[in-house]
Design a protein around this ligand. Sequence first.
Ligand code: PSU
Ligand code: MN
Length: 328
Amino acid sequence: MIKRASALILRRGITTSHSQLCKKDSLFRVHPLVSQALAENKPVVALESTIITHGMPYPHNLSTAKEVEAIVRAEGATPATVGVIEGEVCVGLSSKELDHLARRQSPVKVSRRDLPYVLSKGLSGGTTVSATMIAAHRAGIPVFVTGGIGGVHRDGENSLDISADLTELGRTPIAVVSAGVKSILDIGRTLEFLETQGVCVATYGALKNFPAFFSPQSGFTSPYQVGNPEEAAKLIASALSMGLQSGVLLAVPIPEEHAPAGQQIEEAIQVAVTEASARGVTGRDVTPFILQKVNELTNTTLQCDIALIHNNAKVGSQIACALSKQLN
Ligand code: PSU
Ligand code: MN
């Protein structure tokens, strides 16, 4: 361990004394462009990387990650993709580091619980919503854009398979912009759990429904709606100035032009969920089984996924820009 830490320090050209080694924050790094934007009170948008390591196949994962960063820049904000590179949490990745994560054969999926192990072993991996929230908060970035968040799994009341994303939203004051949760999860229980955790949930736009990722309608009403970036920013600013220490979840419905394809995927999800239960698939095998089955049944899932993430990046960046104006 000491040997590894020394190697890290030497790599950066820093002298090694044991006390320096203990004090030095060698586990966390903010990219200079991100630090600069934050120092100048300019809008920054955090982005996760499990979507790169586990959510999409190469090379679509890499191209999507780069496109999302470009969308954030085009909206006038600075992107900060979060990931773990050789035992260091990085807020803002270079293009080489993005490439490194995108091409890895067996990267680690890093949630809150995984951080100590991954950092102590000097591993690399993609950060989930929970780990990305931790990093964004530590760096001082209030807005984070992703595709879909984790939730309470179907039968979660028995298995207790509840994503750490939900408890993180209850304990970390970050606004997460997502397209809701996929209907492979139990959306009703997910919303109940978020309420228990004190997470302010609002749908973005005119709809009252909480969106189900591929569908604008989950069948569940969202507790609140925000109509535009300024309203969303005001909601976030209110949570921050009250010092609530809990997060905000902004759910952006799938854009209308992609909704028909989304509807088809939604139907495939229902077929896959039924088949999984008929075949007795359980536990950790459920999600991979369903997602693979859905891919077999449709050929639009990846395109739809990408379109949703692009849209979230656009909306999230507009919210970050509005928030930055309100806070300055
Ligand atoms: N849901 C999706 N796509 C994803 C994820 C969730 O529709 O890529 C990823 C996110 O990184 C999320 C994580 O934080 O999976 C949740 O994993 P788990 O359910 O194991 O907590
Ligand atoms: Mn789980």
